[in-house]
Ligand binder design. Sequence first.
Ligand code: NDP
Ligand code: GDR
Length: 381
Amino acid sequence: MKEFDDDKQKVALITGITGQDGSYLAELLLEKGYEVHGIKRRSSSLNTERVDHIYQDSHESNQSFFLHYGDLTDSSNLTRIIKDVQPDEVYNLGAQSHVAVSFECPEYTADVDAMGTLRLLEAIRFLGLEKTTKFYQASTSELYGEVQEIPQKETTPFHPRSPYAVAKMYAYWIVVNYRESYGMYACNGILFNHESPRRGETFVTRKITRALANISQGLEPCLYLGNMDALRDWGHAKDYVRMQWMMLQQEQADDFVIATGKQISVREFVRLSAKEIGIELEFIGKGIDEVAKVKSITGNNAPSLKVGDVIVKVDSRYFRPAEVETLLGDPSKAKEKLGWVPQITVEEMCSEMVTNDLRKAKQHALLKEHGFDVAVSVENA
Ligand code: NDP
Ligand code: GDR
């Protein structure tokens, strides 16, 4: 029996469509001719900035992009949306995705990230769609936590180190369980860190590119960071959403590690970002006393800075109760079975992020110079 009808327009449902990955995945699926439905949360302020450019007015004909109000904590809402949409593919990208925040809100994180996944799987099963709807779960390298093997691959044992990672571990196994129990086409993408100009402002890469851009224009005095020794395998979100789609186009459902196979430290990412602006940094001191000073400046991107200025400091507030010190993925299986190879290097990605944040900072500075009162939001985590 043919379970998937290739001739009809495919319908995808994306949770977390307003987030970094959701927005890139929606773009990719629309390009491929999908009808794309996304779940967005009700918020007191607009939260669709990342998908505004692909939004289609519901009064227009030939609409292929739809947003539905919903929440991963609400089973009846999820069931109703899936019943109405009848998706061929569900991408579960929605999550309380900040590791540090999960220590502050562990119960909510478990409800959204662990139980939310179960709610979606149950809704699919309850509606009798378990043989026709494919399911992608946004699993994470955080599952490896206290690493048991370097590099980490699909068979490396898990040791989660945060309420976020523990919740995602439940989600990982419930996906495997529904695949084994009910024959569902359900996959885990074990994705290592991936970033972009659309990355949330409180994840470390974006926090760095945004703060350094602001500092260079005199909009912020200093960047405060936690553990600069942490090592991460950073890729570009665009490469990674392509892989999310590829995982659902196979004969059989399987789980894959998605990574670049290279790692650098947070400190190195700071150095790279500063270099993009034309600032050479000198790191002095150790641990909580470490700072970065401006050693030299080239070009005219940093009019507010001079040699000797201290622009990066360590703040113990940003250390986590339990840290994941090092992550390095082995994407061999994805390469062999799916032919997936990441195309964007960490240097190229950093350059794109800095360019984007520098353009915004320069706009802000120009407005300020002309007497407009513009506040720069400095929410931190
Ligand atoms: P983001 O934080 O950018 O996006 C998370 C999305 O989930 C947002 O759309 C957010 O809505 C939504 N969301 C949050 N809470 C709920 C809820 N209760 N109900 C419904 N939706 C909710 O994450 P990314 O795009 O970076 O990541 C996508 C997924 O991949 C996440 O599950 C993350 O945990 C996972 N992941 C990410 C990696 C990365 O490096 N980026 C690596 C490995 C896994 P709103 O916009 O309103 O906040
Ligand atoms: P992570 O990403 O925890 O790996 O989770 P994040 O960018 O928050 O941290 C990466 C590393 O940088 C260290 N760090 C800081 N982090 C933040 N946010 N702010 C700081 O000031 C700071 N200083 C140092 C952290 O301690 C950590 O070691 C991300 C999320 O996208 C998850 O949803 C996803 O599952 C994993 O990546 C893979």
